[in-house]
Design a protein around this ligand. Structure first.
Ligand code: PNS
Length: 163
C-alpha cells in the first residue's frame, strides 16, 4: 500500500543541525510522518559514525512519534520504494543548493518516476548553515551552539577534546 501521508527525508546528518530540524518541522505541517533516512556510505569518511549519527537523531526526536529514524545503504529510491513511500523531502537553502538538488531529483525521477521530490525552504537564519561548515568551525576551535541541538554542540566539543 502506498503511504501518501508519509515522506522520507534523506541525508548524511554528519551532524544534525537546527537547519535539518527546521526542515523536518516544516515537513510535518504537510505530512503525518517523516522518515529520517541516514545514509550509510562505506566509501565516505564521516566525522560521526552511523551509530552516532542515528543516536543523535534518536535523542533529539525521542518524544516525537511522527518522526522515525532509520538508516539506509544503496540507492535512495530503492529504500523509498521498499517503504511504500512516494515522496522525498529535501531542503533548499540557497541558489547554490539548487543545481545538485535539481540533478538528484531528476535522476531519482528517471530511475523511479513514481517518486516525487518536494523541497522546503528553511528559516533564513539557517540559510547559511551546513554540517560541513559546522565541523570546520569546531575543528578550528570555534563554536556555533545557537545553530545546533545541545547534544551536537557537546559531541563536537568532545570529539575535538574541548571542555
Ligand atoms: O546530507 P546530504 O549528504 O546532502 O544527503 C545526500 C543524499 C543522502 C540525499 C544523497 O547522497 C543520496 O541520496 N545518496 C544515496 C545514493 C543514491 O541514491 N544516489 C543517487 C542520487 S541521484
Amino acid at each position: 500500500m502506498l503511504k501518501k501521508n508519509m515522506a522520507v527525508y534523506p541525508g548524511s546528518y554528519d551532524p544534525l543541525t537546527n537547519g535539518h530540524i527546521d526542515i523536518i518541522e516544516r515537513g510535518l505541517k504537510i505530512f503525518d510522518k517523516i522518515v529520517v533516512a541516514v545514509l550509510k556510505n562505506p566509501a565516505k569518511t564521516y566525522l560521526f559514525n552511523l551509530k552516532e549519527r542515528c543516536g543523535i537523531l534518536n535523542d533529539v526526536f525521542k518524544s516525537n512519534d511522527k518522526i522515525e529514524i532509520v538508516h539506509f545503504e544503496g540507492l535512495l529510491v530503492d529504500f523509498v520504494k521498499e517503504r511504500g513511500i512516494t515522496t522525498i523531502v529535501r531542503g533548499l537553502r540557497a541558489i547554490s543548493d539548487f543545481e545538485i538538488e535539481f540533478q538528484m531529483a531528476l535522476m531519482n525521477r528517471k530511475i523511479e518516476p513514481r517518486i516525487e521530490t518536494i523541497f522546503f525552504v528553511p528559516s533564513e537564519s539557517y540559510s547559511f548553515l551546513s554540517s560541513k561548515l559546522v565541523k570546520e568551525i569546531y575543528l578550528l576551535g570555534g563554536e556555533v551552539p545557537s545553530m545546533l541541538p545541545a547534544i551536537v554542540d557537546r559531541k563536537l566539543k568532545e570529539r575535538f577534546r574541548r571542555p
